[in-house]
Design a protein around this ligand. Structure first.
Ligand SMILES: Nc1ncnc2c1ncn2[C@@H]1O[C@H](COP(=O)(O)OP(=O)(O)OP(=O)(O)O)[C@@H](O)[C@H]1O
Ligand SMILES: [Mg+2]
Length: 401
């Protein structure tokens, strides 16, 4: 019998936590072999359970461990004399010395996208409250700071079920501003940087402030899955508490002495209940990004069926009524699946052949209401009623618009 997945995970976790400890004490050789054992164990786990939902997380961790090993190997190489080939030309010897120098820390830049997202307000369907709150607290103050002598909120938390537009909203806000949009995913920040999460939280804020001061333009720091900063996962990352505290004091900086800076922090989470009071207090606006209303679902069906060929009886309003409880991204997936079905039908039909040059290509038949009905049987909404209830309950207590 092979080991149970939980046992394997625990053993990987143990290897990694020992490695991190060794790493922080400067015992790099031990750290390297610990990370390598952790990697091997996770790989074994993934081979045994190729369909596990956790594999993406494991892959990320493996990458983190491997990167750290590489960094450590570089650092070590920098501490010892490079091995020089006495027969090599001086040019080549110089190159060997340069290769042996420790690499500068560029892992931060990896996680950050600074390009301007191309999402407009009008493309975000529904969510009028959320849009209004973001406009009021980010767009207006950045255009007319003189109208806000008492300051304005800098921390905003978007919470709600998956696939409802949190990331889109943050992107649309950034699109509206002439400024910078820095996106980091807190979960990979915590695992990627291992024990260094704390240091990197402060580097991240310093970088955002830097852009703000240097260019005098607004900066939005978007932290996705912000709940992972609290690190309630049974995780090997030792610095979680320190990382969280660092985050809290950075937020105080943004709200306090950095007041006149146009720097905003938007956090997004699916698990608002895992955030504690000190954390919540620093996000003055807490905005619920809900499942779409019937009206919003109608617009979503309009949007996603508009490029599709459909029967004249296909009606967005009646689809909206049938697909109660589906999120915006569910609706997009439904429309995509319906189209896939008719395309499959076309390819499977005995008469189908590839169009020859100059010939009109054969096309799938028109979509009907029946096609949507059939998909609905196969695709359940990704958010359960109990989950929606939990969000409402949390909102009643903590929402702040
Ligand atoms: N309000 C919306 N209007 C239009 N499309 C939407 C909306 N919400 C979601 N979508 C569609 O679903 C996709 C996923 O949305 P998004 O990434 O913004 O969800 P999210 O709330 O951030 O989810 P998660 O919590 O899983 O990160 C979008 O790229 C878009 O295609
Ligand atoms: Mg998102």
């Amino acid at each position: 019998m092979s080991m149970a997945p939980q046992e394997l995970e625990n053993s990987a976790s143990k290897y990694a936590s020992d490695a991190i400890k060794a790493d922080s004490q400067g015992a790099y050789g031990m750290a390297i072999s610990g990370y390598q054992n952790a990697t091997a164990t996770l790989m074994k786990l993934m081979r045994l359970y190729p369909d596990s939902k956790l594999n993406q997380i494991y892959t990320e961790r493996i990458r983190a461990y491997q990167n750290r090993v590489k960094e450590l190997q570089n650092t070590r190489a920098g501490n010892i004399e490079p091995v020089l080939d006495p027969n090599a030309s001086p040019e080549e010897q110089k190159k060997a010395i340069a290769r042996a120098q420790p690499k500068s820390d560029d892992s931060m830049e990896d996680l950050i996208l600074k390009e301007k997202p191309d999402v407009k307000w009008s493309e975000v369907i529904g969510l009028d409250d959320a849009k209004k709150a973001l406009k009021e607290s980010i767009v207006f103050p950045s255009k007319r700071p003189d109208l806000f002598p008492l300051g304005w909120p800098k921390g905003m938390l978007l919470y709600g079920p998956p696939g409802t537009g949190k990331t889109m909203l943050a992107a649309a806000t950034a699109h509206e501003l002439d400024g910078y949009f820095i996106v980091v995913d807190a979960a990979s920040m915590m695992s990627k940087w291992l024990g260094e999460a704390e240091k990197n939280v402060s580097k991240l804020f310093a970088m955002a402030r830097g852009y703000c001061e240097k260019e005098g333009k607004p900066v939005i720091l978007f932290i996705d899955e912000v709940d992972s900063l609290l690190g309630e996962r049974n995780s090997e990352v030792g610095g979680e508490i320190r990382a969280k505290n660092q985050f809290l004091s950075e937020m105080d900086g943004v709200n306090g002495k950095g007041k006149e800076l146009m720097m905003y922090v938007i956090g997004a989470t699916n698990k608002p209940w895992s955030l504690d009071h000190p954390f919540l207090r620093r996000f003055q606006k807490r905005i619920y990004v809900s499942l779409p209303s019937t009206e919003a679902r109608e617009k979503l069906f309009d949007l996603y069926t508009s490029p599709l060929k459909k029967n004249s009886r296909v009606n967005s309003l009646s689809l909206a009524k049938q697909f109660d409880g589906y999120s915006a991204s569910d609706i997009r997936d439904v429309c995509q699946s319906v189209q896939m079905e008719v395309v499959n039908e076309l390819f499977r039909s005995p008469d189908y052949r590839e169009p020859i040059a100059g010939e009109v290509a054969s096309m799938p038949r028109e979509l009907t209401m029946m096609d949507f009905k059939n998909i609905k049987i196969k695709r359940k909404p990704s958010v359960s009623i109990e989950m929606v209830r939990a969000y409402h309950k949390w909102s009643d207590q903590f929402r702040a618009l």
